[in-house]
Design a binder for this molecule. Structure first.
Ligand code: ZN
Length: 637
């Protein structure tokens, strides 16, 4: 808990002053060893000869220095801009997106109402076999379902909207967002056969304040990011205004010219911001994130050297990247073939809604590529992460229906590896290069979509919040962002590092953790869009790491003896040639078990199997240090 009182003003001005005092000291210390000796003698002489009378202080001037200092304090201290008499509170609960990258979903709650900000998905770890995506646990949403008045979306990335169909199959609320996120959510609803959920759409206009429910006023403020039509949110309740940056970078020269709406952020900052939630993804990066526009010339240089076809792959949601690639393709007289379901769909949406414009005749179909001169072809495709189902991966192993890789092909990967995908990307590069293709991996053909330290500072200074919650990142990212927050004048006690499920309560006078709610992940199989139960995934992990043992035994109910040798089958435990030896071992274990088992157990097959499982488990662990799945089947005759 961070109680807040008059002390803030002092502690803040101290923070502001400290670096200055240090700065003043340094130059003096430096000067001494270098310039001291000779000049010093001269100085002392001249001091004696022309001793100056002190200049009289102009009291009026001095009073203005004081006035300006008071002005700075007022301007920089958000504390007094808030309604300190208000007892109103807002509660913030991240249900995903903290302690992890992805799966963003946050609940904002007043006494009577609640909103969800973003409903995203994330990707599984390698040991979650057969799991394609992860969806946040909706338990808490179920619990407060009656309070929820809206779902608010910041932007259309999968980690912010990907779980929408799974939520809407179960419960539905009005959805407020700008057009691109709504169009992309609409596509998801269609794919999941819940078209009718589109009736919950409420498209919004940026720079307008929307009354949502009775307790919330929300403004969407335009932001630059690696997907177009992104927004920051100003969420105002009786407790004050909370700024949620969404994902952002500050791009002063975005491809469409629509810069981040710094003016609105500054407006709120000047009025007084209760709390800032800001993107921590790149909180380690000391260099400013380059503009998306800087990728253009880099693509130009790479394209200029191409001797055959160009195959460019990037995130299909990065519309401006794709737009620039196509522009430079056209410059070199190439026709454009778009391959990959998400790439085709996203370009289609962006053109349908006039976010980008191209003449229709520059596009060709995949089956037309072979009839074209290689130097006249640009293929824009998915697969920059080496996903085995993607178009580029299938091309790399010669399994794409229309496109076979040629030695004259130039592959341009305009993306970075999402952590965890390095292996699959490297594998795909091996295939592409074995097929003879050249791969362009220039550093400047990709830029990040997230704010680096300097932009995070700008956000902190513009919004000038009383409380600060670094979000969107693993623990070490938010921790680093906290340091930046302190540098930018937020007192340390006014910053909290949240983890998923922690509920934070904020009022103008304090911020504190109040409780923890249930969070977690639901596993989804993409083949059928259905949930996979947790125990199935656990079983798969066990199978993959420790194998399985099946024992089938026939037992005489009277004598408790085996009627025949048990059948023992194993997978992933012993090599085939040791099967017989292992089966004998299991037979001995079983025999020993039958002799020593509790009286009466023979009449309860289920309990018998359970006990046998325990004995076998202990035996195998002692010998092999493994915990395989053990499946005993005992038939008592
Ligand atoms: Zn994003």
């Amino acid at each position: 808990m961070a109680e807040e009182n008059q002390g803030t003003s002092e502690s803040r001005s101290q923070t502001e002053n400290k670096p200055q005092t240090n700065n003043n000291k340094k130059p003096n210390q430096n000067r001494k060893p270098n310039q001291n000796r000779k000049p010093n003698n001269n100085k002392s002489k001249s001091k004696n000869r022309y001793r100056r009378q002190p200049t009289p202080v102009d009291e009026n001037l001095k009073s203005f220095v004081q006035k300006n200092q008071d002005g700075h304090k007022k301007r920089l201290n958000p504390h007094y801009k808030l309604d300190l008499n208000s007892n109103a509170k807002i509660r913030i609960t991240p249900l995903g997106g903290l302690g992890e990258i992805g799966g963003n979903i946050t609940v904002f709650e007043t006494e009577k109402e609640a909103i969800l900000v973003d409903v995203g998905m994330s990707f599984p770890d390698e040991d979650m076999h057969g799991v394609d995506i992860l969806v946040p646990d909706f338990s808490y949403i179920r619990e407060i379902r009656k309070k929820i008045v809206a779902v608010i979306i910041t932007h259309a990335h999968e980690d912010h909207i990907g779980a929408m169909p799974y939520l809407y199959k179960e419960m539905q609320f009005p959805i407020y967002a700008t057009p691109l996120p709504l169009a992309m959510i609409g596509n998801k609803f269609d794919e999941h056969h819940i078209k009718e959920a589109r009736r919950h759409f409420n498209p919004i206009e940026k720079r307008k304040i929307y009354q949502i429910g009775e307790d919330f006023e929300i403004e969407w403020m335009h932001m630059t990011h690696s997907i177009i039509d992104s927004s920051s949110l100003a969420i105002t309740t009786k407790a004050g205004t909370v700024i949620h940056t969404g994902d952002f970078k500050i791009d002063h020269t975005p491809v469409d010219g629509y810069t981040a709406d710094l003016h609105r952020l500054a407006y709120y900052g000047d009025k007084g911001v209760l709390c800032l939630l800001s993107d921590s993804t790149n909180s380690y990066n000391p260099l400013p994130t380059p503009s998306e526009l800087s990728v253009g010339p880099a693509l130009d240089r790479v394209f200029a050297k191409a001797e055959g076809r160009i195959l460019l792959s990037t995130f299909s949601s990065n519309i401006h990247r794709v737009y620039q690639a196509i522009q430079y393709g056209i410059k070199y007289g190439r026709k454009v073939c778009v391959i990959g379901r998400s790439m085709e769909r996203n370009i289609e949406i962006a053109m349908q809604y006039d976010y980008i414009k191209f003449p229709k005749n520059i596009f060709i179909e995949a089956d037309e590529v072979s009839q074209m001169n290689d130097k006249e072809v640009l293929i824009v495709t998915t697969g920059s992460q080496g996903e085995p189902s993607s178009a580029l991966f299938r091309m790399s192993i010669g399994e794409h229906r229309h496109i076979k890789i040629k030695p004259t092909d130039l592959i341009v990967l305009s993306s970075r590896a999402i952590p965890g995908n390095e292996g699959s990307i490297s594998g795909m590069l091996n295939h592409l290069q074995k097929a003879g293709a050249r791969v362009a991996s220039d550093k400047d053909i990709h830029v990040s979509g997230h704010a680096s330290i300097e932009e995070q500072k700008l956000m902190l200074r513009l919004t000038n919040p009383k409380f600060f919650l670094p979000v969107h990142g693993e623990y070490n990212h938010v921790m680093r962002h906290k340091e930046t927050g302190i540098m930018c004048g937020v007192p340390e006690r006014n910053i909290l590092l949240m983890t998923d499920g922690e509920q934070i309560e904020i009022a103008p006078k304090f911020m504190r953790k109040v409780k923890t709610v249930k969070t977690g992940k639901t596993y989804i199989d993409n083949q059928n869009n259905h949930q996979i139960e947790d125990d199935i995934v656990l079983d798969r992990q066990k199978l993959a790491s420790d194998g399985i043992v099946m024992i089938v035994a026939q037992i005489d109910g009277q004598t408790s003896k085996m009627l025949a040798k048990p059948r023992v089958t194993t997978f992933g435990i012993v090599a085939d040639r040791q099967d017989k030896y292992f089966a004998k071992e299991m037979e001995d274990v079983l025999e020993h078990f039958l002799i020593h088992m509790k009286e009466g157990l023979i009449s309860n097959t289920r309990a018998l199997e359970n006990d046998l499982r325990q004995i076998v488990r202990k035996h195998i662990y002692r010998k092999m240090k493994k915990y395989p799945l053990i499946v005993p089947n005992v038939f008592v005759h």
